[in-house]
Design a protein around this ligand. Sequence first.
Ligand SMILES: [Zn+2]
Length: 333
Amino acid sequence: MRLLFFYPLLLAACLILQTSVLAERFCGTTTDGFLYDPETLDPLQIGNANMLKSFMRKAWPVVESAMGSIQPIKYCFANKEASDTLKCDIGNAMTDWSKALGPPRPAEAEPVGHSVFFKQARLPFEDGKSVISYCFDDGTDKGGTPSAAIGYISSGSPGRNRMILPEAPGREKVAHEIAHVLGMIHEQCRDDRDEYVEYLCKNVAGYDAAFGRAVASDDPEAGEKLCYDKQFAERHGFDGSQFTKNHDFWDQFGMFDYGTFDLGSIMLYPSNAFFTSKCWSSNMDACPMVGIDKLNGKVTGTSWIHGNAQPSAGDIAFVKKWYPYRDLVRAVP
Ligand SMILES: [Zn+2]
């Protein structure tokens, strides 16, 4: 059952609600064709992961509006059914982001503003009124795992800037996908993650089956590659590709981080992401990823990673860096 789709009308974000999966590929999405100069960039990832520093993707463009210079995230649904099904979760998630970002206009008490505005695309006028615009619908019958294009993709096929959501995804999952839309990728893919979290590859659901497929390919390093080679994992249909480090292929794709590792980031997977039924807080040895506890620099144990439902201070700092306050000629309504 295909339910929905947001599509970039001019510069609209796309949301698609479909029944099967476009698996999240945020750790290693192919480039948007932008070249970068490695000489000018730190090859190691330090800070929360994103795809803007490397110019693989762009922040959403600045638009001169009656309000002033803003960076609107325009979106539309594929159809009314999709809108009816998802508008509450999406609206709530956008509200969560807007509240976390605070007012766009800097005030004395809050000197750092931003220019993010979520705007639903509307057709200019019909009988004197603007109307909601439903937009791109490619007829694909997919859905399942939430996913979204990372950052703004300026050129390519229609539907390239899109978010795909299952029915009733929940505001937290949508808020995570909005972070992708703004340009962020998963925190656990950072080069320095092993200091903060422990990735237990064999606990990712589907490992055994993927291992069987990989071994059948006669690769003597199949087990190792499944856990650390994103493209190899993807080739064998293994969701461990969501945990592989970006640095492993930085010279090919150029993904870089910003700030310090953020255990509170909305982009960090919880311990039970892609889990099997054995993974729970009292049996963390069976989970795909756990937090590393340290005291005075020494490891003292591991702990459950809770999913973060709201953008962290680090997430907000990222957005304000790439979507800084510009100039509003009149007050924001
Ligand atoms: Zn994600």
